[in-house]
Design a protein around this ligand. Structure first.
Ligand SMILES: Cc1cc2nc3c(=O)[nH]c(=O)nc-3n(C[C@H](O)[C@H](O)[C@H](O)COP(=O)(O)OP(=O)(O)OC[C@H]3O[C@@H](n4cnc5c(N)ncnc54)[C@H](O)[C@@H]3O)c2cc1C
Length: 465
């Protein structure tokens, strides 16, 4: 049986591996000259500085059952674990942090420490079982009581959870930073879910980076796929599935908008209309820097963290996320920053450093956010601007031209609203009305992130046909 996978993102490659392992002859077709989709790295600023173009930090890859079942270390993938997964500085020089240790994290949260420990400990203890249910499409849960416990925390809005569970600004701010990865307003129902998954992951598996850059993840997946007999063609954009006539199966690592472009002639109008209603979310504006020295953080914990959340209090972060969702500009955007060269010397020349940051902006926004992002870094690291040797910026439109899946700069493959957390992109999930055609991108459950689980579940369903 001959199968094609359109797109070589982490989900496309995982789908291809799953099909190849089942004995199919599999070809991956990638539009861009290099493989990896959202897991690619390049010298964006100066010679010798390697930057992650999209994803940089990988709690979900570390958690992924699909990746765990592959010999990726044998194919060159090495994880590096920063000693603090996430730090979150506050005005006045203090900081909270999600340490790998629950106790250390709780100790920094003052009177909220006990509550944090009470919530997080039982879920971290049963993390693997929880993953069976949350990194999968809606199904009869394997561990219903555990999932119900998680659901009570995850289904409300992040702002409600933060205010109800914590009394102090520090714990509320820490949770708001985690939940803002969802790229939906923090007062929207379900916005707590991503916050808890990332919080639990910090303790259960850490927030690792890939040695050499995120490209190493794609390269390891591709190398394993090729060892199974698979073939990859780059610079091969599929304009219509009609161009793949002999295929028994076609798995599409694309979002609904491109799927309609390449396959509408094989789909009934009613299904096309549902795909047209699929909602995309805000975009991002991203900066990569080459730096002359480490970022001069006021709080020393920030210098030990792989990721730093820059946005101050819950109220401030909530206002930033609400503005991006409403199509408005925000003076003090919530900034997500990663500083990989502190932990991986291969990223920059000796003594020099790299940093990666982005903030959420309105869908397809054309506004240059460089000054706003750099002000937020400078707020918690005075003197930061003086360390900049070079910068590279990407607007939503530039991100989309780098990877067609980043529609309007949306890095999640579609908004993670409560409905679209579960029913992505339609209630049929991976299946389409054409029995040979499947969707396998982050626009299917469990959604955004480098984990390959969308590709895995799509391929398992395709193999059942
Ligand atoms: C700026 C940014 C930061 C991010 N940070 C993180 C992070 O730190 N951690 C994390 O886990 N996730 C992060 N993500 C999200 C993560 O990158 C994505 O969720 C993930 O890559 C989705 O994988 P995918 O396989 O579904 O799609 P993608 O990785 O987007 O891959 C899709 C591939 O399909 C190709 N393609 C599209 N159309 C066609 C066509 N017609 N023909 C052929 N090929 C086609 C594209 O070129 C692309 O290579 C980030 C994303 C961005 C953009």
């Amino acid at each position: 049986m001959e199968a094609f996978v359109i797109g070589s993102g982490p989900n496309g490659l995982t789908a291809a591996i799953t099909l190849a392992r089942a004995g199919l002859t599999v070809t991956v077709l990638e539009a861009q000259p290099t493989i990896g989709g959202g897991a690619r790295s390049a010298e964006l600023t100066l010679p010798g500085f390697t930057h992650d173009i999209c994803s940089a930090v990988h709690p979900l890859a570390a958690a992924s059952p699909a990746f765990a079942a592959m010999p990726l270390a044998d194919h060159g993938l090495q994880w590096i674990y920063p000693s603090i997964p996430v730090a979150h500085p506050l005005d006045g020089g203090s900081a909270v942090a999600a340490d790998t240790s629950i106790d250390t994290t709780a100790a920094r949260l003052g009177s909220d420490g006990a509550s944090y420990r009470r919530i997080v400990t039982p879920l971290v203890r049963r993390w693997r079982q929880l993953l069976d249910d949350i990194l999968a499409p809606v199904h009869l849960p394997a561990h219903p009581l555990l999932l119900a416990r998680f659901g009570l925390l995850a289904l409300p809005s992040a702002a409600t959870v933060a205010r109800k569970r914590f009394c102090g600004e520090s714990a509320r701010a820490l949770f708001a930073g985690m939940a803002a990865h969802s790229i939906v307003p923090l007062d929207m129902r379900g916005s707590a879910a991503v916050g808890w998954v990332l919080t639990l992951a910090a303790h259960a598996v850490g927030w690792p980076i890939a040695r050499g850059g995120s490209q190493s993840i794609a390269n390891a997946l591709a190398s394993y796929f090729q060892s199974l007999g698979g073939t990859i063609h780059t610079s091969h954009e599929v304009r219509s599935v009609r161009d793949l006539p002999g295929a028994s199966l076609i798995l599409c690592d694309v979002t609904p908008r491109q799927f309609l472009r390449i396959a509408a002639n094989r789909l009934p109008e009613s299904y096309c209309r549902k795909l047209e209603r699929y909602r995309y979310g805000p975009g991002v504006f991203k900066i990569d820097w080459a730096l002359s020295s480490p970022i001069p953080w006021t709080n020393p914990d920030c210098a030990r963290a792989g990721t730093v959340h820059l946005g101050g209090t819950l109220d401030e972060i909530a206002a930033s996320e609400r503005a991006a969702w409403n199509g408005e500009s925000c003076e003090r955007p919530f900034v997500l920053l990663s500083q990989p060269s502190l932990f991986d010397s291969s990223r920059s020349p000796a003594g020099r450093h790299t940093a990666w940051a982005y903030c959420h902006v309105p869908h397809a926004s054309t506004e240059d956010r460089t000054a706003h992002i750099e002000s937020q870094v400078d707020r918690f690291a005075p003197g930061f601007r003086q360390t900049i040797l070079a910068r590279h910026t990407m607007s939503p439109a530039q991100l989309e031209s780098h990877n067609a899946n980043l529609v309007g700069g949306d890095i999640s493959g579609g908004a993670s609203t409560l409905r679209q957390l579960f029913l992505r992109p339609t209630a049929s999930l991976y299946r389409t009305p054409d029995p040979k055609l499947f969707l396998c991108s982050a626009s299917t459950p469990p959604g955004a992130g480098v984990h390959g689980m969308c590709g895995y579940h799509a391929a398992v369903r395709a193999l059942r046909t």
